[in-house]
Design a protein around this ligand. Structure first.
Ligand SMILES: [Zn+2]
Length: 654
């Protein structure tokens, strides 16, 4: 059975799209062989297990994950991208070692009542030991939201599954210091990055501190800014025992709970996602012991989404790859639920205009998760800040309902650079083509993905991709990565998604390719596409239009030879699910069941072709009330089945 936290993780991660029923998930968790799973199910199950593992709520053991499910994928598809995908806590292949001491997770509490229950249990234990509960000292420390590790003085281990971790001593060899006293060998702690430093130097490159922390541990060579952060002592390993703390009695916790929590968050300049309370008396600790998962003498209090009133300094426009200009509000830096928040996004410029978001606007901010928060409520409006021109190319911006657009798609640097970045990021089988590199390439006159693939070593060096001593390793690396992006296997739907077609997110790309081969999609009509679940008429026509515009660029890139894994077609499905798939149907007269257009749409969705007049190819003539005699006669002469509306409904519901 999945526990509540696991269910919450799955819900937050929106893994519903992976299509595994909860019951099935629980069944799979008990499997010790993966042979009977389909490819899709196997991959979906791996993703779910990985998400749960990363959030500290593993569904299966590490060993089963690796040796049963991951091994099965490797056996079936040795080059599968999932095997190499970057996952914060499993990204390195270093040797697995047994931890000197088990690292348990911390039990979580979300209300003061749960903390009260925990205090009562501790006091009971003290009484059992003959200790005066009023004499107990409690310690409260920030619950660091970093990358858990264990330092035994020689080796630094990842937390792994709590029993076995991976040797990542290399982070010390790279110059990382130990926070607090700086001593090695102090046991469990977290690799964290200074919040102010992150906001100043890293926020443009990494979506959140967690992504950055994962990158610091990576096995391969570090990016310059990661090394820089280590050198500047902004990224450190912080042992728990060295954390600044609050100490006091149970009575004080009860009386000033909120104050203690607020104080703890203000003690550090690292992301924290809760406050850990523990009793310090070793005898009580011993007596209470641990469950399989957590120590009973310790508890983490996680406050629910905290809100704050924050002042906007200014609203800056950012042009996305589609030309839509998005408003980002720069805020007076505010600490919220343990994180320093300096930016928030408004939904669109329509909101900025209507609600008056500009310099000095007071907003209510709620932190939900780690991403940049959204502005949900304006407390005190001011003059809205709305740009007239594109911040990137200077073109006049155009309103389309609530959104502002830059229409200069052919020459707008932001649109070109963001599209190129989207391409490489979506392929996800290469490194090195981040915003800075692409900006440099574009400034040097390279303005398409295809053009990047045409670059030579000399050209790259000429553009400045070389180190100060003139060595051309940087340029070489870029060429290697381009080669890697073509040779390392990727799913064909991912390749299609990389082009950033409007309304074609990865999910839709995969659905489309489950019904049509990659190169066939350029010949599809709107009618073909609406048959696929999830594609409404409007989306389908937008897709057809965009594909037509994209075709030349697509074929040029496709011609470079990428290592594409073909999506399995679900051919049988349409035929199996509908008795009218492939049949030609003519409707005549007024229908009672619903509007005729709706019935036609439904028939199309079920795979039928719809015609206006009866010919030799017609399979059914469906007649409503006051049906035209001409059509009925024609059908009877040609020996075509004429059925009433009720009978038709009976046929499609077989
Ligand atoms: Zn522009």
């Amino acid at each position: 059975m999945l526990n509540e936290s696991q269910l919450a993780v799955l819900k937050n991660a929106k893994l519903g799209a992976l299509n595994i029923h909860l019951e099935r998930l629980e069944t799979l968790a008990r499997f010790d062989s993966a042979g009977e799973l389909s490819d899709e199910e196997l991959l979906a199950f791996l993703k779910i297990c990985n998400t749960l593992y990363r959030s500290g709520e593993p569904l299966i053991t590490d060993k089963v994950y690796d040796s049963v499910f991951l091994a099965e994928l490797e056996k079936r598809h040795p080059g599968h991208p999932y095997l190499h995908s970057v996952e914060p806590e499993k990204a390195f292949t270093g040797k697995t070692v047994v931890l000197p001491q088990r690292m348990l997770s911390t039990e979580k509490a979300y209300t003061e009542e749960s903390i009260e229950k925990w205090l009562v249990n501790i006091e009971k234990a003290a009484v059992e030991l003959g200790i005066d509960p009023d004499s107990l000292i409690f310690r409260a420390t920030p619950k660091l939201d970093g990358f858990a590790a264990y330092d035994d003085g020689k080796i630094l281990y990842t937390r792994g599954d709590g029993r076995k971790g991976t040797d990542i001593t290399r982070v010390f060899e790279r110059g990382m210091i130990v926070g607090g006293s700086g001593k090695r060998g102090l046991g469990a702690g977290e690799i964290v990055v200074n919040q102010s430093y992150f906001n100043r130097h890293l926020a443009d490159t990494f979506e959140n501190a967690r992504n950055f922390q994962a990158s610091v541990i990576k096995e391969k060579e570090l990016e310059p800014h990661a090394l820089e952060a280590i050198k500047n002592k902004a990224a450190v390993f912080f042992p728990f025992s060295e954390l600044p703390d609050w100490q006091g009695s149970a009575a004080e916790i009860r009386a000033t709970f909120e104050n203690i929590v607020a104080t703890i968050y203000s003690l550090i300049d690292y992301d924290a996602d809760g406050v850990i309370f523990e009793v310090t008396d070793e005898r009580v600790k011993q007596h209470m012991g641990a469950t399989r998962h957590h120590h009973r003498w310790q508890i983490a209090y996680k406050s629910n989404a905290e809100t704050a009133h924050v002042k906007v300094m200014r609203v800056i426009p950012q042009t996305s790859r589609s030309g839509r200009v998005n408003p980002v509000a720069e805020l007076e830096p505010t600490r919220l639920s343990g994180a320093m928040i300096a930016r928030a996004t408004a939904h669109h410029y329509g909101m900025v205009k209507e609600q008056g978001i500009g310099e000095g606007t007071l907003i209510e901010l709620t932190r939900s998760g780690m991403v940049i928060p959204k502005i949900e409520r304006v407390i005190e409006p001011k003059q809205p800040q709305i740009p007239g021109q594109c911040p990137s190319c200077g073109s006049e911006l155009i309103w389309d309902s609530d959104y502002l657009y830059c229409l200069n798609s052919a020459h707008c640097p932001a649109q070109i650079e963001n599209s190129i970045e989207h391409f490489f990021r979506t392929l996800a089988n290469n490194d090195g083509f981040g915003a800075k590199t692409i900006e440099k390439l574009h400034t040097s006159g390279v303005n398409s993905v295809y053009a990047i693939y045409q670059l030579t070593l000399e050209q790259l060096v000429e553009m400045g991709f070389r180190s100060q001593d003139g060595k051309n390793q940087i340029a070489k690396n870029l060429l290697d990565q381009l080669k890697r992006s073509r040779t390392e296997a990727i799913e064909d739907w991912r390749f299609l998604g990389a082009f950033g077609i409007w309304r074609m997110g990865l999910g839709n790309c995969e659905r489309l390719l489950q019904h049509h081969r990659l190169l066939d999609i350029f010949n599809l009509s709107v009618d073909n596409i609406v048959l696929i679940e999830g594609f409404a008429e409007k989306t389908a026509s937008a897709v057809v239009e965009s594909l037509a515009m994209l075709k030349d660029e697509f074929m040029k890139l496709y011609g470079l030879g990428f290592n594409l894994l073909q999506t399995a077609l679900i051919t049988g499905q349409l035929q199996k699910t509908s008795p009218i798939t492939g049949l030609t149907i003519v409707f005549t007269g007024t229908m009672v069941h619903g509007k005729r257009e709706d019935m036609i749409k439904e028939a199309k969705r079920l795979g039928a072709k719809i015609a206006n007049s009866v010919t030799g190819k017609t399979d059914y003539l469906v007649t409503g009330t006051d049906a035209g005699a001409t059509k009925i006669n024609a059908a009877q002469q040609k020996g075509i089945k004429v059925i009433g509306e009720q009978e038709y409904l009976g046929v499609i519901r077989q």
